[in-house]
Every structure is written in structure tokens, then in C-alpha cells.
Design a protein around this ligand. Structure first.
Ligand SMILES: Cc1cc2nc3c(=O)[nH]c(=O)nc-3n(C[C@H](O)[C@H](O)[C@H](O)COP(=O)(O)OP(=O)(O)OC[C@H]3O[C@@H](n4cnc5c(N)ncnc54)[C@H](O)[C@@H]3O)c2cc1C
Length: 478
């Protein structure tokens, strides 16, 4: 049996890892040259508590279970996950009523440890909150992570367990005969396929159309962000939400796992044709700044290091679309907007353990030799000096600092390339080199030089990320 997963975002990566526990041939096809570069790359990176989604929705079904799975997952795959908790802050009595509604919603979703706290308690944990706040809903289960790192780690581990990864390969057609999936056509070839799992993010509606499965429409809802420097570390200690709006959880203020502060996102519906519109706008960023400053007045834009945006794959059914379809062998994992990152471990398991045996009548056999562990690339912040010294003696490249903002050495960059980084962003997302305040201003050229040397290409051929994103066009002195 041959299983093809389309899309190497958090959904496809965790499904691939789940399937790699079984005796079956699994392929993951991704049109980008790297994993985790779709919706998974740009979001708030929160592992939500699971109280917020309307009870009875598919989102609610998976998010609180997914949340609980992150402790074990982060141990096995060795990525950063910090359970820092979250507050939804109320500024008036109407908002306090809403906090009570959220608490009740949480209870119905199985989240029973929510607590409404008064401003005194809020201020002891979050002294920098606007002094006009009157109460907050505390959720101890909420956490933060790096979503792309979760996808990278899951795929590294799945490949160790047999996954076949196809990068820079775009699915262009799915051949269905007599109501069953038969073949998958890409820009590089045609493959016999028994089961196809559609985890194509913003483009999942187009993939479903290729298979002739039931129709739904995905449209992009943009969220813009401002990333602030680590110098503001400690401004907030947990995820700070305002009371939510009808379309989104509102503009948040939260720490990133590496100590920066993230503010955003807003919510702007875009036309269906704009699934690649990752622009930021003056109006959007001004709105975010205003709303974040209302929550935490100490937000200071002079510490800005980057602005960016992400696109939520919203759909006309207003819920996750997860399950088998009228086409035998074609499974949708579509419309995975927030809290998709949180819910992904849970729905990955559900697909393999429920949909395969119950809907497809396929009983997969567990591998005896599945290895659940993957080790992260060594980094100074996780090693004591003695251990790092040993590493440098073994490989002196770990003694050569390249990124001064985030203390990343040449050894880490070479290791990232060995593990699959082919572009400057590939290195950045695996090591945090050029993620800091200088945004590659100091280390960018050195990273290009290392990529060129290790990949045996010229510096002119090194790209930032996607196709045609060349950086150097002629002679430079490095
Ligand atoms: C602004 C914003 C904030 C969010 N905040 C949170 C949060 O804090 N917590 C949370 O839990 N969730 C959050 N989310 C949601 C979360 O980011 C998504 O649910 C999740 O990343 C979706 O992952 P995915 O794998 O389904 O899609 P993607 O990451 O988009 O992956 C799909 C992949 O399919 C590939 N693909 C598409 N078409 C083809 C094709 N024809 N052939 C081959 N490959 C193809 C794409 O290149 C892409 O890599 C947020 C989302 C946004 C936009």
C-alpha cells in the first residue's frame, strides 16, 4: 500500500510521523524547497488551552487533546515548548461576563482548570499590564513553541523511520477511477497511490477539486505581526489576549520561546486569488501597535526587529474539514486555521487510528523498530560550557561564531545543511542564525558563503527561500 500526503506543514508533518510508526510506504510531497513554509511558518506559535472553540466543533474536539500531547511530543522530538499560561484580559464588566462565558465553554471542551482572577493577582504575575484592567481568565495549560521547528523535527524523525520526502514537487492532478484514488500526478512524474491525504493548507480546496471530492472554498484571512527585540524580555511572562472579537482572538502580546516579544495579529479577509499575499501594511501595523499598547503600555516600537504576516486558511464551512470523502482513499485535512498548530498532534493520531480502520477498513501494522526520538542541532544555550568545549574539540567549527545576535556557530549551520537546509531561510529556521536584531545584516553573507561551500554551488546560486529569490548578483567581498 502506498500513501501520499500532500503538504509539509504542521498537519502533513505530524501525519507523516504518525504513519511512520506503521509498516507502510509513506510519501510526503511538498511544492516548496523546504518543510514548514506554508501557514505553519507565520503564526502566533501558541499551543492554545482549548477553551475558546465552540463546543461541538471539530476544532474543539482536537485542540484540548492536542495541547496535552505537546509535553511528550517535545520530549521525543526535542523542540522548545514552554507551558507559560495565558490570560484573557477584561477592561469592563461586559468583558468580565464574556470571561465567564469562555470559562464555561472551556468546561464543555474538557478544560477544567481555568480561573477568573482579579486585577491584583493578574498584576503579581504580569506587572506591566494596563492598569485599567479589572480581571482576567487564567489558563495554565497554554504554551508557546516554534511551529516550523515542530514540523522540521517531525519530518526528521519520520524520515529516520522510513518516510520518503519529495521537496520542490507540486501536485497537479489526482487520478480517480471507479470512485477510488489511483494515481497522483506532479510536475515531476506520476505515482501509483492508494491513499492520498490532502494537507495542502491554503490550497486544500484546489487539491480536493482535483480528486473530485466534495467542494469547499478556502479563502485567506491575513494576520500581521511585529516582532520586538529580546531587550524587552520580561515585559510579559505569559500569553496576553484581549477579550476576543467575532473574527479572531484579537491582538495579543506574548513572549517568543527565544526571549523576544511578539505582537499581533489583526484579521483582514482577502480575496481567494490572494493566497500568496504576505504583505504588511501601514494601517495593519498601526492597528496592531495601538491594540497591543492598550494591553501592555510598555510596548515600544523602537525595539522592532521585523514585521511579517501569515494567512489563515479560512473556509466556508467555518470549521476544520477532517475525514474520509466520497472518493475512497482520499482524506481531507483542510481549513486548518487556528488552533491548527495545537490540534495537529491529536488529529494526526485520529486519522491513523480511527479513519484508516473505521472509514477505509485499513488496519495498519505497527513497526517493531519505530524510534520516536530526534535530537535537536546542538546550541550553546542548551549546553554547559564544559560540554560545549568538548564539542569544539571534536569539531572546531562549533567554536566559530557566525550569528552574534543568537550565538550560532558555523558547526550548527553545517549541521543544519546536513539535515536538509538548502537556503538562507532553511538555515535560519533550523538554527535561529539571522533571526535576531540584525536580521542577517552581519551574518547573512557568511551564511551564504557556508551554504555555497557545503552545497558545492556558487554564492550567486544561494537563495533566500523560494524559487527566484537570489541574493547576490555579481562580485562581493566576504
Ligand atoms: C495569523 C495566524 C495565527 C495563528 N496562530 C495560531 C496559534 O497561535 N496557535 C495555533 O494552534 N494555530 C495558529 N494558527 C493556525 C496554524 O498556523 C495553522 O493551523 C497551521 O499552520 C496549518 O498547517 P497546515 O499544515 O495545515 O498548512 P500549511 O502549513 O500551509 O502546509 C500546507 C503545505 O502544503 C503545500 N502545498 C500546497 N499545495 C501543494 C501542492 N499542489 N503540491 C505540493 N504541496 C502543496 C504548501 O506549500 C504548504 O507547505 C495561526 C494561523 C495564522 C495564519
Amino acid at each position: 500500500m502506498k500513501i501520499y500526503i500532500i503538504g509539509a506543514g504542521i498537519s502533513g508533518s505530524l501525519i507523516a510521523r504518525e504513519l511512520s510508526k506503521y509498516e507502510v510506504e509513506v510519501h510526503l510531497i511538498e511544492k516548496n524547497p523546504d518543510v514548514g513554509w506554508g501557514v505553519t511558518k507565520a503564526n502566533s506559535a501558541i499551543i492554545h488551552g482549548g477553551y475558546d472553540d465552540p463546543p461541538g466543533t471539530v476544532r474543539a474536539q482536537f485542540s484540548s487533546i492536542g495541547n496535552k500531547m505537546y509535553d511528550q511530543l517535545s520530549k521525543e522530538l526535542d523542540f522548545d515548548f514552554k507551558r507559560i499560561g495565558s490570560y484573557v484580559v477584561a477592561f469592563n464588566e461586559n468583558e468580565v461576563l464574556y470571561l465567564k462565558e469562555l470559562k464555561e465553554r472551556g468546561r464543555k471542551n474538557g478544560v477544567t482548570n481555568l480561573e477568573i482572577v482579579d486585577v491584583k493577582e493578574l498584576k503579581t504575575k504580569e506587572p506591566n499590564i494596563n492598569e485599567n484592567a479589572i480581571a482576567a481568565l487564567w489558563c495554565p495549560d497554554a504554551g508557546i513553541t516554534e511551529p516550523w521547528e515542530v514540523a522540521i523535527a517531525a519530518i526528521e524523525n519520520a524520515r529516520k523511520n522510513g518516510l520518503i520526502l519529495h521537496l520542490s514537487e507540486k501536485v497537479v492532478d489526482i487520478v480517480v477511477e471507479k470512485g477510488k484514488v489511483k494515481r497522483l500526478v506532479t510536475n515531476k512524474g506520476e505515482y501509483k497511490a492508494d491513499i492520498v491525504i490532502n494537507a495542502a493548507g491554503l490550497f486544500a480546496d484546489e487539491i480536493a477539486r482535483m480528486a473530485g471530492a466534495e467542494g469547499f472554498k478556502i479563502y485567506p484571512r491575513k494576520g500581521e505581526y511585529i516582532l520586538l527585540d529580546k531587550k524587552l524580555n520580561g515585559l510579559v511572562n505569559s500569553v496576553i489576549f484581549p477579550t476576543p472579537t467575532k473574527t479572531s482572538k484579537g491582538v495579543l502580546v506574548l513572549p517568543t520561546v527565544d526571549g523576544g516579544i511578539l505582537i499581533g495579529p489583526n484579521a483582514v479577509d482577502l480575496p481567494v486569488e490572494e493566497k500568496s499575499n504576505l504583505s504588511t501594511t501601514k494601517e495593519g501595523l498601526t492597528e496592531i501597535y495601538g491594540r497591543a499598547k492598550h494591553l501592555v503600555p510598555g510596548i515600544d516600537l523602537s525595539y522592532t526587529i521585523k514585521t511579517f504576516s501569515g494567512l489563515r486558511p479560512e473556509n466556508n464551512r467555518k470549521d476544520f474539514i477532517i475525514g474520509a470523502t466520497k472518493i475512497w482513499g482520499f482524506i481531507n485535512v483542510a481549513g486548518i486555521r487556528s488552533p491548527g498548530l495545537t490540534a495537529a498532534p491529536a488529529f494526526a493520531k485520529y486519522i491513523v487510528e480511527k479513519i484508516f480502520p473505521e472509514n477505509l477498513k485499513v488496519n495498519l501494522v505497527k513497526k517493531k523498530e519505530f524510534n520516536p526520538y530526534r535530537k535537536r542541532i546542538p546550541n550553546m544555550s542548551y549546553f554547559n560550557l564544559e560540554k560545549w568545549d568538548k564539542l569544539v574539540k571534536k569539531d572546531p567549527k562549533y567554536g566559530k561564531l557566525v550569528c552574534f545576535c543568537n550565538n550560532v556557530t558555523e558547526g550548527e549551520i553545517v549541521e543544519a545543511i546536513k539535515r536538509g537546509a538548502r537556503t538562507v531561510d532553511g538555515v535560519k529556521f533550523r538554527t535561529r542564525a539571522s533571526f535576531g536584531r540584525c536580521q542577517g545584516g552581519f551574518c547573512g553573507l557568511k551564511i551564504i558563503e557556508i551554504l555555497a561551500r557545503e552545497l558545492g554551488i556558487s554564492v550567486e546560486e544561494v537563495k533566500q527561500n523560494y524559487r527566484n529569490s537570489w541574493i547576490i548578483d555579481g562580485k562581493v567581498r566576504i
